[in-house]
Design a protein around this ligand. Structure first.
Ligand code: ADP
Length: 436
C-alpha cells in the first residue's frame, strides 16, 4: 500500500475515535459516529469537486492544494499532463520541421488518402502540376491531373517504376511522377521535373540516329567498290585476303548501322504497338529459311508451331525480334546441335520460345545480355559476326508489345529464350479464345 494512505487512514481513525468519545459522553454513540462519517464524506466530496474543477478549467489554473491521498493523486495527474504537453509540443515541432523541409524540397510532394483526395502538397508540386496549394486540398487528384498516362498509372496499381509524360499546357515541361504507398491505403506522390533528362535522352537518340544515318551512304559506296575490286581477277591475285577482311568488316559495320537505326526507331516510338493480326506460323517459316541460309549452326531448325494462334502486334518488329533470337541460336550452336522454335498458348497467354543445345551462357551474364553491345565473350562473339545489339532490339520490341523476355541457359548444354505475351495480345484464327 502507498505510504500516502497511512495519514489518510489515521485521520479517519482519529475522527472516529473522537466521535466515539463524544458520543459516549453525550450518550448517543450512533449519532456521533454518523456525524463523523458524514463530515468525512463531505470533506472527500469537496476535494473531488476541486480536482474536477481544476481538470475542467485547463492547465492555465494551478493545481489545488490537498492533503493525503488527494495530494498524491493531484501530483500524478499534474505530472502526466505535463509529460503529455511536452510530447505534444515535440510532435508539433517535428511535424513543422517535416513540413518545412518537404516544402523546401526541389521535388514535388503530394499526400493523398485512399480516395485519391489531396491532404497536403508542397509548393513545388503545386508549381509543377499547376495545383493551388491551399484551395486544392480535399480535391481528388485524378480530377485535377487528367493526363491519360497518369490516370492509367494510378489505376494500374503497379508503382515500381515512375510514369513520365509531358504536360500539354506547359510546353516543353516533362514530368516524372512516382507513387509511394504508405500506412493504411495512404499514398505519397513524388513529382520531379525531368525536362533536362528528357532533352538529354532525346539528344542522345537523335545523335545516334543521325550518325547512323550519315554512315550509311559512305558504307554503301565502300561496299560497292570493294565488291567490284573483289571481282577483278588481277587485284584478287595480290589483295585477296585484305579484300576479304575489308568486305567482312564493312558488312559488319552495315549490320551495326542498321541495328542502331532499328533501335532508334523503336526508342522514338515508345507507345504500345497497334493490334494487328500476325500469322506467327508463316513468320517462323520465313525466319527459318533466312537462318538456314546463314550457313552457321545445325543443318535444320525444328518448328513446333500452333498454326491457328495469332499474335496481335507489329509484324516487322516481331520479325526483327524473333529472327534475332533464332540467328543467335544458330550462331552459338555447333553443326551437330539442335535448334527448335515453338509457339503455343498457355494459361498466361502465349509464348514464343527459341531453344538450342549450343554453348550456353554463364548465369552471371544473363541479367546484362539485353544491354547494348554487351557480349559474353568479347572477341569470340564479335568474330561470330554479331552486332551486340540483337537482344537490345528484342527487349524493345517486346516492351512495345507488353511482353517479357525470359532467358534460361546452362553453359555447355544450351539456352532457351522465351517471349511471353499476355492473353490480350493473342487470338485464335476464327475468333475462338486463345487459352492453351
Ligand atoms: P550478338 O549480335 O553479339 O549476338 P546479341 O545482343 O544478340 O548480340 O547477344 C548478346 C550476347 O549474348 C552475345 O554476344 C552472346 O554472347 C550471347 N548470346 C545470345 N544468344 C545466345 C545463345 N543462343 N547462346 C549463347 N550465347 C548467346
Amino acid at each position: 500500500m502507498n505510504r500516502a494512505w497511512l495519514p489518510e487512514l489515521l485521520a479517519l481513525a482519529v475522527l472516529l475515535v473522537i466521535a466515539l468519545i463524544i458520543g459516549w459522553t453525550a450518550g448517543d454513540v450512533g449519532l456521533w459516529l454518523f456525524i463523523a462519517v458524514a463530515l468525512y464524506l463531505v470533506w472527500q466530496l469537496v476535494n473531488l469537486h476541486r480536482v474536477e474543477h481544476w481538470l475542467r478549467r485547463g492547465r492555465r489554473f494551478s493545481a489545488p492544494r490537498a492533503w493525503g491521498v488527494w495530494r498524491i493523486l493531484i501530483e500524478e495527474i499534474y505530472q502526466r499532463r505535463r509529460r503529455e504537453r511536452e510530447r505534444k509540443r515535440e510532435f508539433t515541432q517535428l511535424l513543422r520541421e517535416i513540413r518545412e523541409s518537404t516544402a523546401a524540397m526541389p521535388d514535388g510532394v503530394v499526400l493523398m488518402n485512399h480516395l485519391g483526395e489531396i491532404r497536403w502538397l508542397n509548393q513545388t508540386a503545386g508549381r509543377l502540376l499547376q495545383l493551388r496549394v491551399l484551395q486544392d486540398v480535399g480535391q481528388r487528384l485524378p480530377n485535377l491531373v487528367r493526363h491519360p498516362d497518369f490516370i492509367r498509372y494510378l489505376n494500374g496499381r503497379n508503382y515500381a517504376e515512375p510514369v513520365e509524360f509531358a504536360l500539354p499546357s506547359e510546353r516543353g515541361l516533362h514530368l516524372s511522377l512516382r507513387i509511394v504507398p504508405y500506412g493504411e491505403d495512404q499514398q505519397l506522390l513524388l513529382v520531379r521535373d525531368s525536362t533536362r533528362l528528357h532533352r538529354l535522352e532525346q539528344m542522345r537518340r537523335e545523335f545516334v540516329a543521325n550518325a547512323s544515318h550519315e554512315l550509311r551512304s559512305p558504307l554503301t559506296v565502300m561496299s560497292g567498290y570493294l565488291e567490284s575490286m573483289s571481282e577483278d581477277a588481277a587485284l584478287r591475285a595480290v589483295w585477296a585476303k585484305p579484300l576479304q577482311a575489308m568486305r567482312q568488316q564493312t558488312t559488319r559495320m552495315t549490320a551495326i548501322v542498321s541495328d542502331l537505326l532499328e533501335l532508334s526507331r523503336l526508342e522514338t516510338e515508345p507507345r504500345e504497338a497497334a493490334y494487328a493480326s500476325v500469322d506467327v506460323a508463316s513468320l517462323a517459316r520465313r525466319i527459318r529459311e533466312a537462318a538456314l541460309s546463314l550457313g552457321q549452326g545445325p543443318a535444320d531448325i525444328t518448328l513446333e508451331i500452333d498454326g491457328d494462334l495469332q499474335l496481335l502486334g507489329a509484324e516487322r518488329e516481331l520479325y526483327s525480334a524473333f529472327s534475332n533470337l533464332v540467328f543467335n541460336a544458330m550462331k552459338y550452336t555447333p553443326a551437330d546441335g539442335r535448334v527448335s522454335v515453338s509457339w503455343a498458348a498457355d494459361a498466361d497467354g502465349a509464348a514464343f520460345a527459341v531453344s538450342d543445345t549450343g554453348i550456353g551462357i554463364p548465369a552471371a551474364h544473363i541479367p546484362r545480355l539485353t544491354e547494348r553491345f554487351y557480349r559474353v565473350n568479347k572477341s569470340r562473339d564479335r568474330d561470330s559476326g554479331g552486332t551486340g545489339l540483337g537482344l537490345a532490339i528484342v527487349k524493345h520490341v517486346l516492351q512495345h508489345h507488353g511482353a517479357r523476355l525470359k532467358i534460361e541457359s546452362e553453359p555447355g548444354r544450351g539456352s532457351r529464350f522465351t517471349c511471353r505475351f499476355s492473353p490480350e495480345r493473342v487470338a485464335r484464327r476464327g475468333g475462338q479464345p486463345a487459352s492453351g
